[in-house]
Design a binder for this molecule. Structure first.
Ligand SMILES: [Zn+2]
Length: 440
């Protein structure tokens, strides 16, 4: 069915699609939850430069093949030879395969790509209530690292292909679904590899956990270390002045705070209107000696600061970073200590992630919003992401209109991460409804 001009036709088409989506998915509800649980139980942690995604990809592949879905793994280590400027050459892509699954169309329909990453961050230093990879189900929530970020969304999108295949229901356009690696830690290498491989579609949805909101914009992100080295290890226990970067680092924090206040007042545009802090500046880590019992009491010789600047999609990100850097150089020049011991400006990931935005009125945004409203029985919530991600690679580098849509949960990158199971199934229904409306 195509979205005709007649609003009555449209609303009928939407209702039919949502009813069909529910009918197609209801027989596989339990299977979907089982698949999610087994994927959460598999450690697919990535810590740059490496990633441990291969086993989870293999399990996903076997499930899809068992269901008769055309799927395969492909190698991503070709990135090492790529000259694309976004390749993170310091990362290792060996034994980090991608999964691509396809439902060929009957022809002459628009194609659609569901995309998601299978890598997760590690469990972290905090104390979990249960094992980090338990996959435990409690009061409608499935717990474990990666449950919400983003195995819940991944399983929702592969469920769509399984449901269509099981019913031998063919859409007019091709439906593609992928599971990529290296998204965490400001990676994007996986998504870049997939696009360089030539996998493309007329529209894409990344199934990150958006709490069932249709997310049409993402922010850019710049991660920066500032490293101050000063002092002389022989000065301690001597009559010389003990020089340490620890207290000057406090002044540098005040400089960061100035930038935080300044960025808080950036014009948020229509897209980030209503965000109290539309372009946050955060301190991610601060180090000057350690508190562990093995560290002798002494003044630190080095102090480090890890900063995280975010940018709105409409901003000229390079120009802002340039401005921050000039301000940093001026600050150091005006500070007696830092003039003598200039700290080092060290970007953590280079080039940084940039934001993206698909207009609210774009046909793909409208399609997902309509599918969401029809399935969830309430007007779609169209909003902007509180984080940067790989969406810009699809849209800005490869011209594929890209949205984010996925389940509800909490605890991403923290302890006790969980995904709401019902929302995974609802996300699958919205995704299938949107595929029926877009591709058919
Ligand atoms: Zn994610």
């Amino acid at each position: 069915m195509s979205l005709g001009k007649d609003p009555w036709d449209n609303s009928l088409a939407r209702r039919d699609a949502a009813v069909e989506a529910r009918e197609l998915l209801s027989p596989i509800r339990e299977e979907v939850v089982d698949l999610l649980q087994s994927l959460v139980r598999i450690d697919s942690v990535a810590v740059p430069p490496q990633g441990n995604e291969a086993r989870a990809q293999q399990v996903l592949l076997e499930k899809l093949l068992t269901c008769g879905v055309d799927a395969e793994l492909y190698d991503t280590s070709f990135l090492a030879e790529s000259e694309h400027r976004l390749v993170r050459h310091e990362r290792d892509y060996r034994n980090r395969p991608h999964l691509i699954a396809r439902l060929p169309g009957r022809g002459r329909g628009r194609s659609l790509l569901f995309s998601g990453h299978i890598d997760t961050v590690p469990p972290g230093a905090g104390t979990w209530s249960d094992q980090p990879f338990s996959g435990k189900v409690l009061r409608g929530r499935l717990y474990g690292r990666g449950a919400w970020d983003m195995k819940g969304g991944l399983v929702a999108h592969f469920a769509v292909l399984i449901a269509l295949k099981r019913a031998e229901r063919k859409l007019a356009g091709e439906l593609l679904a992928e599971s990529v690696v290296d998204e965490e830690w400001a990676g994007g290498g996986g998504t870049l590899a997939a696009r360089l491989k030539g996998i493309a579609a007329d529209a894409c949805v990344i199934t990150e956990g958006t709490g069932l909101r249709v997310v049409h914009a993402t922010r850019g992100g710049f991660f920066l270390d500032i490293v101050a080295e000063a002092g002389d290890s022989s000065a301690y226990f001597s009559q010389d002045e003990v020089v340490s970067p620890a207290i000057p680092m406090g002044r540098l924090l005040a400089w960061v705070d100035e930038w935080r206040k300044r960025r808080k007042n950036v014009h948020p545009g229509e897209t980030y209107k209503g965000f109290p802090d539309p372009a946050p500046v955060q301190v991610l880590a601060l180090e000057a000696n350690r508190f562990d019992p093995e560290t002798p009491w002494s003044t630190p010789l080095q102090a480090k600061l890890r900063l995280y600047f975010q940018f709105l999609p409409h901003e000229d990100q390079d120009a802002v970073i340039h401005e921050v850097r000039t301000s940093f150089e001026n600050f150091c020049r005006d500070d007696l200590f830092f003039r003598a011991f200039p700290p080092v400006w060290q970007p953590v990931v280079d080039p940084p992630l940039v934001g993206h935005e698909l207009p609210v009125g774009h046909s793909w945004t409208c399609c997902m919003a309509e599918a969401s409203a029809e399935v969830l029985g309430a007007p779609a919530v169209i909003s902007a992401a509180e984080y940067p991600c790989d969406a810009f690679i699809n849209q800005r580098e490869f011209g594929i209109p890209t949205l984010l849509f996925g389940p509800s949960g909490a605890g991403a990158h923290n302890v006790d991460e969980y995904v709401e199971i019902e929302s995974v199934l609802q996300a699958a229904e919205v995704l299938l409804t949107s595929a029926l409306l877009w591709c058919d």
